[in-house]
Write a protein that binds this ligand. Structure first.
Ligand code: SF4
Ligand code: SF4
Length: 444
């Protein structure tokens, strides 16, 4: 867990509905309370979606404190701009934000998404075909899923900075300002961009708030929007909030036709990554995966139905072909290296069973032996997502065989049979006495 989701203990009923939703088996329920294994959590937000008690929530910084700041500077995820029908244009939303006393960095986003798409297009042109396809880094949950579950694919992750970070860097360079920036996020994974980024030591942004909370706050103020601000000529970047938008943007800057695959949802993402791992995707240049259904508009931190957000996006006119001026601007920023990562992405080691190899092998054998005794039906009654997870917890010292309801029943049955058998026994000293006193009496 990188800080994207938090548990509200007082709300948890211990119902264990959430444990099977987690794609990395990071959840456990014991003593009526859910627990997240931080090293396994990828901040996808599936558990937030499933829990009806709202016991697992997207982490947000204190909105009241942020609102109390004299000048609140906002970098909003593209999903933010298609949440409300009346303001479903960046210029209209900018005006609504201004009337609420919030300064947003929309104009830098257009340039930042262009430079990201341009940099990826250039890397795809210069990279040897054997090293392709590259995989997008835009969804931090997918990035972490690869680091934890598909470590051999880490070398294929495209080494380009997030456009949201680049946008803030461009703003800082242009204005020389260093005010703290708050990001409006659609999901827990984007929260980690701010609080635990990959590819850099520290984010250019300081705080995060959900798109939903920001939208509610703005609407509560009934902002007056006149449409007086000029419309942005380039709105391609808005399309990164739906599956396929990133690939289309990269294609717009590429000198050659690209073969790309875009998928959304964790199941599709895992299936596609497995196929890539098995070497079945030759001839593909680029893979764009989003953990949420339909893309970021399906994130748990949004306020609008993802289907309506998509309709709104479809109603906006997009200029996919960059102008000469936009091409030149992207090319010159490409030279400035603003898109480069500070440090490479690395695989994340799963927690070893033991530090010492021999001990780890012994524990693995014990784990397999325990697993072979379990019923293999993954019912979840033990508070673990699968029988294998229970066997792993037992060898790690975090559980016991009788946590399994079937093993507990077997044990109770065995004990009751033993008690029954014992109850029929009479100490032989007493028996001889009885025989002596009642010579015709016999014990069976
Ligand atoms: S779904 Fe999970 S987090 Fe929610 S109440 Fe049940 S056990 Fe607790
Ligand atoms: S956020 Fe995703 S990975 Fe983390 S515990 Fe929830 S379901 Fe599992």
């Amino acid at each position: 867990m990188s800080g994207g989701v938090i548990v509200q203990e007082a709300r948890c009923r211990g119902c264990a509905k959430c444990i099977k939703s987690c794609p990395t088996e990071a959840l456990r329920v014991s003593e009526g309370l859910v627990r997240i294994i931080p090293e396994l959590c990828i901040d996808c937000g599936e558990c937030v979606r499933v829990c009806r008690e709202k016991a697992i929530q997207l982490y947000e910084d204190d909105w009241q404190l942020l609102r109390a700041q004299k000048n609140l500077v906002l970098m909003a995820d593209p999903t933010f701009y298609v949440q409300v029908g009346a303001y479903a244009r960046p210029a209209l939303m900018k005006e609504a934000l201004q009337s609420s006393g919030i300064e947003d960095l929309t104009e830098y986003e257009a340039a930042a998404y262009d430079i990201t798409a341009y940099a990826i297009a250039k890397l795809l042109e210069t990279e040897s075909r054997e090293r392709l396809p590259f995989i997008s880094t835009y969804c931090p949950a997918v990035l972490r899923l690869i680091q934890i579950n598909f470590p051999e694919l880490v070398g294929r992750i495209v080494p380009v900075e997030s456009p949201l970070e680049i946008g803030v860097l461009l703003w800082k360079q242009k204005t020389g300002r260093d005010d703290p920036v708050t990001m409006a996020v659609p999901c827990p994974a984007k929260t980690t961009l701010v609080h635990a980024p990959e590819g850099r030591e520290k984010s250019t942004m300081s705080y995060s708030i959900s798109v939903r909370r920001l939208i509610r706050d703005i609407l509560a103020g009934s902002p007056k929007v006149t449409g007086s601000l000029p419309a942005q000529p380039n709105r391609r970047w808005l399309h990164w909030s739906v599956s396929g938008g990133e690939c289309r943007h990269i294609q717009a800057f590429s000198e050659r036709p690209l073969t790309t695959i875009s998928v959304s949802g964790l199941r599709n993402t895992k299936d596609l990554l497995t196929e890539l791992e098995l070497g079945r995707l030759s001839g593909v240049d680029y893979i764009e995966c989003r953990a949420c259904d339909l893309g970021c508009i399906g994130g748990v931190g949004t306020s609008e139905s993802r289907f309506l957000s998509q309709l709104r996006l479809d109603s906006i006119q997009f200029e996919w072909t960059p102008t000469d001026e936009e091409r030149l601007a992207a090319a010159s920023r490409f030279e400035s290296d603003v898109w480069r990562l500070e440090k490479p992405f690395t695989a994340k080691q799963r927690i070893p069973l033991a530090e010492n190899l021999k001990e780890a092998m012994d524990k693995l054998r014990t784990m397999n032996a325990i697993f072979s005794e379990l019923p293999h039906i993954d019912c979840g009654s033990c508070g673990r997502p699968s029988c294998r997870a229970l066997s792993e917890d037992i060898v790690r010292g975090h559980g016991e065989m009788t946590d399994c309801i079937f093993k507990l029943r077997e044990r109770i049955y065995g004990l009751s049979a033993e008690i029954h058998s014992l109850s029929g026994k009479i100490p032989h000293t007493f028996r001889s006495q009885v025989i002596h006193d009642h010579e015709d009496q016999r014990f069976v």
